[in-house]
Design a protein around this ligand. Structure first.
Ligand code: XMP
Length: 535
């Protein structure tokens, strides 16, 4: 299959470039800057990403492009553009002030292939500390902005471009058109990467790979494992056995609701209520990493015990998706939280790993889910952490605290689903680009708050109590914090600017209906420096 290679120099937006290319129905792979697959005949073009480094940094990532230049079309973005300019004899210098934010293109050359269909003044997004002050000989300037002389350049008579702005980010209004011009116009993509093709091809591959073997899969209620299960079910039917473990810290009624959904989808699911075990093991534990470790280990125990009953299983399937596998350049190398996912089974079970979604980004998983006819509420479900509400109760966990938090969380999430707002312009475009199914009418779309945000939930500050008054009675109870964030990948996130009337109603509903809570706060921290989950 044709593919674009994106060489990663460590930018925060590298994955976004990948997603934009995939949106053009073109397969792409993100590889570390120095791992270009020189012998892969399917590669039709190369994109060099941005980087946190300056080309002059001693640690800056450097790569020999001689085996690529002249063989394949190249597009350098930000650092990628600066790196090529620097390498081929141009000049890169620190900008007087960091060039950050919106800018507008003035074309120096008209009719350049990379800018076909893009008008004078088109808004682009800049984010760089260095700037190109001279381009190499044999290169020419294609576009400038008020502050940036060489906003875009091309090598004469060669399909090699550099742009100092970020076409992949939403604020570059014609960024998708630019990438289309490169990927389709220059590289000649046939645009045959689609959900329908993926399903057809993957089902055929799974049939061939698995034959008559039995497969086990751990379900979490989340989008990835659910889509993986339905895809496998399409390929091998009842020879797939799914295991869904309830550790007692799921959302209100989640276990039952999700079990029902799975049964309606025709999946062969074993539901295991292991809540007693988890509550016992977590008794008195309030340190976040210990909670995570106990739940991670307990989960594997329960899963193993069930899986061993399926004695003829040969495969363990997982809903691993592409961002989980992209080899990270590990620039900081520090672990902030130990994330828990369905762990590996003991080696002696000799299970082989099957990961049918391993090439997909999250939005593609959702598209595949729709293609498979799965219900929209399963597909658009927010991410939820493996350790569940355990990492949203600050302090030791008890069943009663979980009940309180489940009730508050349920009011918050239901209210987010019920509250609809009308969006137009850039906001509407952003929501539609994220794959939210909404109909445009008179230039507007109507979308629930739930569908406009990445993730939301309530947090119980169970070791904190404050005084309140209810009727004529003094209360001395716990606060609940609400968290709602916008994000595209959970690596960075901003707090969602929820409407005041919405927050007022949710606060009233929680305090009036959830016994044990007398105060509601809203978390206005972005990530970084905070994280999405409180623990
Ligand atoms: P943080 O809190 O690190 O969360 O900003 C980033 C994203 O990861 C989710 N999360 C988890 N997901 N197992 C998971 O599968 C975990 O242990 C886990 N902890 C956090 C979190 O909900 C957010 O989407």
């Amino acid at each position: 299959m044709q593919k674009i290679i994106i060489l990663d120099f460590g930018s925060q937006t590298t994955q976004l470039i990948g997603r934009r290319v995939r949106e053009l129905d073109t397969f792409c792979e993100i590889l570390p800057y120095n791992k270009f697959p020189h012998n892969d005949p399917d590669v039709i073009g190369v994109i060099l990403s941005g980087s946190p480094y300056s080309v002059y940094d001693p640690e800056a990532f450097k790569v020999d492009l001689s085996g690529i230049r002249g063989q394949l079309p190249i597009l350098g973005i930000c650092y990628g553009a600066q790196y090529m300019s620097h390498t081929y004899g141009g000049r890169v210098e620190p900008a007087n002030s960091r060039e950050y934010g919106r800018a507008h293109l003035n074309f120096i050359e008209s009719g350049n292939r990379l800018f076909e269909g893009i008008g004078e003044g088109s808004q682009v997004w800049m984010s760089h500390g260095d700037t190109i002050t001279a381009i190499p000989e044999g290169f020419r300037c294609v576009a400038s902005t008020d502050k940036v002389k060489f906003a875009a350049y091309q090598a004469d008579n060669e399909p090699l471009w550099g742009v100092q702005f970020h076409p992949e980010v939403f604020h570059s209004i014609d960024g998708t058109q630019l990438l289309r011009n490169f990927v389709v116009g220059v590289c000649g993509s046939r645009q045959d990467w689609s959900a329908a093709n993926f399903v057809e091809q993957t089902v055929a591959e799974l049939k061939a790979q698995l034959g008559n073997d039995r497969v086990i899969l751990g379900l979490s209620g989340g989008v990835d494992s659910s889509v993986a299960a339905v895809l496998l079910n399409r390929a091998i039917g009842d020879r797939l056995t799914c295991i869904f473990v309830d550790h007692g810290m799921l959302r209100k009624n989640e276990f039952q609701n999700v079990m029902n959904d799975y049964k309606c989808l025709g999946l062969n699911v074993i539901g295991v209520d292991a809540s007693k075990k988890f509550f016992a093991e977590l008794e008195g534990v309030s340190e976040p990493e210990r909670k995570r470790k106990i739940i991670g280990a307990g989960f594997i125990d329960v899963f193993d015990a069930e899986a061993r009953k399926i004695t003829d299983a040969r495969w363990l399937a997982q809903g691993t998706i592409y961002p989980d596998r992209i080899e990270s350049l590990n620039i900081t190398g520090k672990v902030i939280k130990s994330h828990h996912n369905v762990g590996g089974l003991p080696e002696e079970m000799h299970l082989q790993l099957c990961e049918p979604l391993k090439w997909l980004f999250k939005d593609e998983v959702r598209r595949v889910g729709r293609q498979l006819g799965m219900p929209e509420h399963l597909i658009t479900r927010h991410p939820f952490p493996g350790p569940g509400l355990a990492v949203r109760i600050l302090g030791a966990i008890t069943p009663e605290k979980v009940r309180v938090l489940q009730d508050a969380d349920d009011i918050f999430i239901r209210s987010l689903r019920e509250y609809k707002t009308r969006l137009s312009g850039e906001e509407a475009r952003r929501v539609l680009a994220a794959g939210v199914p909404a109909d445009m009418r008179d230039g507007e779309i109507e979308v629930s708050l739930y569908d406009q945000i990445w993730q939301a939930g309530a947090i119980l500050l169970s070791d904190v109590r404050s005084v309140g008054v209810m009727g004529d009675e003094r209360t001395y109870e716990n606060p609940v914090a609400l968290r709602a964030v916008t994000s595209s990948d959970a690596m960075t996130a901003d707090w969602a600017h929820l409407p005041y009337d919405f927050m007022a109603k949710v606060s009233n509903d929680i305090i009036n209906h959830v016994r044990g809570v007398n105060r509601v706060c809203y978390d206005i921290s972005s990530k970084p420096p905070a994280t999405i989950e409180w623990e």
